[in-house]
Design a protein around this ligand. Sequence first.
Ligand SMILES: Cc1cc2nc3c(=O)[nH]c(=O)nc-3n(C[C@H](O)[C@H](O)[C@H](O)COP(=O)(O)OP(=O)(O)OC[C@H]3O[C@@H](n4cnc5c(N)ncnc54)[C@H](O)[C@@H]3O)c2cc1C
Length: 389
Amino acid sequence: MRARHAWCMTLRSQNGTDVAIVGAGIVGASVAYWLKRLDPSVPVTLIERDRSFARASSALSASSIRQQFSHPLNIRMSQFGRAFLREMDIAVEEKGYLYLGAVAPLRVLNETQRAYGADVVLLDPEEITARFPWLSVAGVEQGSLGLSGEGWFDGPALHAEVLRRARTAGAQLAEGEAQGFEQGADGRVRAVLLADGSRIECGHAVNAAGPWARALAGAAGIALPVHARRRTVFVLSCPEKLPDCPLVIDPSGFWFRPEGRYFIAGTTPNPDLDDLPLEPNHAEFDEALWSRMAQRVPAFCALRVERAWAGYYEMNLFDANAIIGAHPSAPNLWFANGFSGHGMQQAPAAGRGIAELILRGRFETLDLAPLGFQRLLDGRPLAESMIIG
Ligand SMILES: Cc1cc2nc3c(=O)[nH]c(=O)nc-3n(C[C@H](O)[C@H](O)[C@H](O)COP(=O)(O)OP(=O)(O)OC[C@H]3O[C@@H](n4cnc5c(N)ncnc54)[C@H](O)[C@@H]3O)c2cc1C
């Protein structure tokens, strides 16, 4: 600790900081929050180009949280996220996720999930019908339902609260667009370079640029396989009520859940292209969603599209899991990217993990090492079968 501060003091100039975080979405805000919580004396600057967050994934998310993952680390990270939401006083509609599918894979997943403390239950088709009589079980062998710890919440409220707490603790928010880094011969980042020609000296830099993280990594000569993939979310009204409706994951790949008096729904577009304009693709509802939704829930025959929005998933095309840690070529440039559709719930654990690496040189709470860069360099994907594309 002492060595770190002494070293950083020599680097810091008037416009300098100890940790410069590029991107103040939920991930950057969480890193700043944990840094200040673990060491209130550490200077932290968040660099954000758009303080309205109009295009940030954190403002355009479905903001749901689940424990139904296949990899124990993803389960643990989301459990950490659930506890953090409680601490931040953000209410969660704990209606659960209902995965519909085949018996064998859901049984195996259920064993892992329960071994790691997830409150999930397997349901056969008759039990599904008894709980959710409005749902058709055609083609469904098994359901997996989260009984607690799963549901949805106000994502922008969480983001605002974490950012507020980080700033109250002293983190600075600087408006500007990071274009690259000044690096020493050893690869270490010395400063973040901004589009207006200014620079922010730092002892550490963090890439929390969400769907735009690849460009920033590229500026440091690092290939980050994180791509901005547009997802359209439809806001739908249905004349019939669906009592106790959870977030339903259909075997064909679409999802829906209640949102106040409406429902929201989405699916993976095909083809799934990079960097499409952030405008909803209205055709997706007619072409890819409506008939499948009406087959699963007959009352959805009468669905009406109220509106739609689009946001970017930050898809890690290597293995659809987060990339957390540094690349060996730039040991003080930290990555927290590529959450591939589960970044709202994982941001608390990721932020704490990055803060621990910076301040203490190791993970102390959750060992996030399996999510490090090394797996990409070794060509060893982290297997997670429960990705909602
Ligand atoms: C439709 C949709 C549904 C989702 N549903 C869920 C869900 O149910 N549950 C869940 O857990 N997750 C979900 N996600 C994923 C989750 O929203 C994201 O993983 C998370 O918000 C990513 O946060 P972030 O801070 O990394 O990125 P962002 O929120 O995008 O923030 C990145 C910030 O960096 C800034 N920035 C980028 N480049 C620069 C630069 N060069 N200089 C300065 N600033 C820069 C941007 O302006 C932006 O504000 C969903 C995402 C979408 C789009």
